[in-house]
Design a protein around this ligand. Structure first.
Ligand SMILES: [Fe+2]
Ligand SMILES: [Fe+2]
Length: 275
């Protein structure tokens, strides 16, 4: 079994700036330290997009400041709050595919881990919070799925924007909009795929037309459970989390760890005998 640590929606801001009273720097620093303390053997750390809040260069500097002494390999993804060019320029861990998109593929035995770039553009459009996937990116994904099929691998598919609706009307508007084509490509591949997404800032799981999915909380602020809301900017200070992803011969398991709630010592609970 191998293990990945996934952190999404960091929303780093400039020094002194907070989001609904939360300091994104302190939140991410605490999340990462917790993850590495409890899972030092993790093969890789994946930052699943919205690394920055406004995309300003100094926000990436502050993410880098937290990452600088980490020895575990780091994979970076982009979200709608990121500026792809600035992210690539400022972050030495950024890896792009041949077409210049922030997409990576890593094999861990029976599981292939793919991280997608679902940003609209280029050219980037500042108001486009929804996600997109283009011909070049679909070509890359199709090739990766084909290789996974030949190797008999499962695929853990990381996508910042979910390519499906989750019931929040406003957030559903800014999902990855090339969803029908994505579904066709995944179904056509014949590969067992599990999707792991961010963007919504909430723990959600389900099944999208045959494909299982898990969504992870932000390391900072969360989305309240306000089903049907058309509002896209709701935020709550519910406990934050990161993901611990197990890659096994039997499949892919996604755990969510609320790092501020976890006790450092493990207690057993005792059964009270029935009188
Ligand atoms: Fe976000
Ligand atoms: Fe997002």
């Amino acid at each position: 079994m191998q293990k990945l640590l996934a952190f999404t929606d960091i929303h780093m801001k400039s020094e002194g700036q907070k989001i609904i009273g939360l300091d994104p720097f302190a939140q991410f620093e605490r999340a990462l330290a917790h993850g590495l303390r409890h899972h030092p053997e993790a093969e890789r750390i994946i930052l699943m997009g919205d690394l920055a809040d406004t995309g300003a260069p100094e926000e990436y500097d502050r993410v880098q400041e937290i990452l600088q002494d980490i020895e575990t390999p780091v994979t970076l993804m982009a979200g709608n709050h990121d500026v792809r060019d600035t992210l690539v320029q400022k972050m030495p861990q950024a890896v792009c595919d041949a077409a210049g998109f922030l997409q990576t593929s890593h094999s861990y035995g029976t599981v292939r881990v793919l991280t997608l770039d679902t940003l609209f553009g280029p050219p980037a459009v500042s108001y486009a919070h929804f996600g997109a996937y283009c011909d070049q990116r679909f070509a890359w994904l199709t090739e990766q799925l084909s290789e996974a099929k030949q190797a008999g691998q499962w695929v853990a598919l990381f996508s910042h924007h979910p390519p499906f609706r989750v019931g929040f009307k406003g957030m559903d508007q800014i999902r990855m909009r090339d969803d029908a084509r994505m579904l066709k490509v995944l179904k056509g591949s014949g590969v067992s795929v599990h999707l792991i997404c961010g963007h919504i800032h909430r723990t959600i799981s389900g099944n999208w037309d045959g494909f299982g999915f898990s969504m992870l909380k932000s390391t900072c602020h969360q989305m309240p459970l306000a089903i049907d809301t058309t509002e896209m900017t709701l935020g709550t200070t519910e406990p934050a989390a990161y993901g611990v992803i197990l890659l096994t011969d039997d499949g892919i398991i996604v755990h969510s760890e609320d790092f501020d709630l976890v006790q450092e010592t493990l207690n057993t609970h005792t059964e009270t005998p029935v009188a």
